[in-house]
Design a protein around this ligand. Sequence first.
Ligand SMILES: [Zn+2]
Length: 174
Amino acid sequence: MPTILSHAAVPLALGLGLGRQKIATPLLIAGIASAIVPDLDVLAFYFGVPHGSAFGHRGVSHSLAFAALVAALGGCLYRRLRTTPLTAFWFLFIATASHGVLDAFTNGGSGIAFLWPWTGERYHAPIRPIEVSPISVTRFFSARGVDVLWSELLWIWLPGLAMASLLIAARRRA
Ligand SMILES: [Zn+2]
């Protein structure tokens, strides 16, 4: 996985780019939570779920079906998120699905079960430039941690900033 914080980059960039009118603060916060929530599956390690099982790390919770489920839930709560059901749905779908997509671009760990429940097959992206983040915190605070942050800055935060700037520019012209 990229670090938890970097998963927030996608909803943040989209929210910033589209503006508060379209993405109100509660929806933005829900988007950030949705982008992070798939990694709760690391708890599977503690429950003894076998590595590579559909319910293991990068399995069910990283699938597009799971993203659709989170999005549908958000769509039902649209009033609390101060938006329309459709906006809540697509924003939360992109935020949740982006988690697995970013993971697929990391240079370590198992593939992503994007198409669960149709197939348990695990997929990687054709190129994998993002340094995988160590799960252990002690290993994170080492030279490896600096490499990870640098690659996330380069491959996640900078493209995110570019996307936000383009969206802001498009909004100003409209
Ligand atoms: Zn993940």
